[in-house]
Design a protein around this ligand. Sequence first.
Ligand SMILES: *[C@@H]1O[C@H](CO)[C@@H](O)[C@H](O)[C@H]1NC(C)=O
Ligand SMILES: *[C@@H]1O[C@H](CO)[C@@H](O)[C@H](O)[C@H]1NC(C)=O
Length: 217
Amino acid sequence: MNGPSYYSLVFLVLMSLLKDLHVFCGADPTDGFTPVPLTESNFELQKPCDVQLEERYSYENGVHRLWVYADDKPHDPNSYTQPRTEIQIGGLDYSSGVWQFQGYGFVPNGTSGTTIVQIHGAAHGATTLILRIYNGDMRYYSSDLVATDLYDKWFRVNVIHDVDGGKVTVFINGIKNLETKDQGPGDLHFKCGVYAAPANISYYMESRWRDIKIYKK
Ligand SMILES: *[C@@H]1O[C@H](CO)[C@@H](O)[C@H](O)[C@H]1NC(C)=O
Ligand SMILES: *[C@@H]1O[C@H](CO)[C@@H](O)[C@H](O)[C@H]1NC(C)=O
């Protein structure tokens, strides 16, 4: 078999393979979600209680830069928690439904033992999700490896919390890297920035964030 019909058959087969490939690659974590409008008032900042915000945070050219030192004070003088400089997505606390956080993060080489993304709140305990950087790798709390080799580059983070289904899914650069049970419904909200882990903390901790979006289903 040869001639035009052979080639058009090959062409059609190739096209249908490419189409499947496209559908496969084209799936995006935000498919089927609706963006929730955000204003500046949704970005609530927490920083060590004895310093000015400008000493631990800047916002330039659409990039939020947050940093903290291991010997900084907690965000609240009555708190015994670890030091943090974090953006809390305020005014959008949720306790049901399916919610999604999206942001592009950047962690400079050297920052370690640092939570960069949280879902705060849970039925039991303080948090539903903690994503930490240890030596350039991202872990779920201090255990499961979520992604590797993240220093000094922008990476996309999508976190989907299906409260009704009791499930949290994390995508790094569009790839599903973690799926885990949540900790039950609570007064829930997303956070990003730097929050010192209980152990193995670098003295200086920094993360940068841009294009932060919240979606729901
Ligand atoms: C991070 O910095 C250390 C010390 O300067 C260096 O050895 C290492 O290769 C750097 N890592 C990356 C991913 O650039
Ligand atoms: C801290 O680092 C030490 C030595 O590098 C390691 O043995 C220990 O497991 C680490 N602890 C945590 C909580 O990661």
